[in-house]
Design a protein around this ligand. Structure first.
Ligand code: URA
Ligand code: SF4
Length: 198
């Protein structure tokens, strides 16, 4: 099977999943989407209101800003893959619960396994904390960690992990907006170098 077929297979499981309570309140599950041959994967937290309506990741206000950030890194939706830790929206956008994360992340792990990304960009605390826990890197919060490249082995694959803030943080604070823009500039340079070496 091609990567696209494998990702579609994960997505078709996700849209009918009832493994945690969140299926009861979701409008649509949001499996994630993007280029199946992408070398770069972005991982957010969980769908918000508009994502649940449309069944697509990052289509609300935070998503608009993510598009701006992607363009800073010379990237676009067409050449990346975007997924989330949770595939269904928590009611009132509350924080993901630990047992929801445990129950849902096998889907994310499958997506990582299929994509085999060279770079994983984690957006915000939950995403970074989850990915760091898989590679046994201690996580001291996104403020301490963002903007650095971490080499690690995840699911038996060598990857570079790049944590940054969640794009929604930029919507209420100019400081985070600037830090995110700076991080995506770092990403651009790193990815340009990496692209030319593969
Ligand atoms: N925030 C997220 O973390 N993911 C989305 O898909 C949308 C908003
Ligand atoms: Fe299934 Fe994940 Fe949705 Fe829970 S959040 S119902 S585990 S897809």
């Amino acid at each position: 099977m091609s990567r696209k077929e494998l990702l579609d297979a994960v997505a078709s499981e996700v849209v009918v999943c009832r493994k945690c309570e969140l299926w009861k309140t979701r409008k649509n599950a949001v499996p994630g989407e993007g280029n199946p041959d992408s070398q770069i994967m972005f991982i957010g937290e969980a769908p918000g209101y508009w994502e649940g309506i449309k069944g697509k990741p990052f289509v609300g206000a935070a998503g608009n800003f993510l598009d701006t950030l992607l363009s800073i890194a010379d990237l676009s939706r067409e050449n990346v893959f975007i997924g989330n830790i949770l595939k269904c929206r928590p009611p009132k956008n509350r924080e993901p619960l630990l047992d929801e994360i445990e129950t849902c992340t096998p889907y994310l792990d499958s997506q990582i396994q299929v994509l085999k990304p060279k770079i994983i960009v984690t957006l915000g605390n939950h995403s970074t904390s989850y990915i760091f826990s898989k590679v046994a890197i201690p996580f001291n919060g996104i403020t301490q960690t963002h903007g650095e490249f971490f080499e690690a082995s995840i699911l038996s694959m060598q990857v570079t992990i790049f944590p940054t803030f969640h794009p929604a943080a930029a919507l209420y604070s100019g400081k985070y907006k600037e830090l995110l823009q700076r991080d995506f500039q770092l990403l651009k340079h790193r990815f340009t170098n990496q692209r030319s070496s593969v």
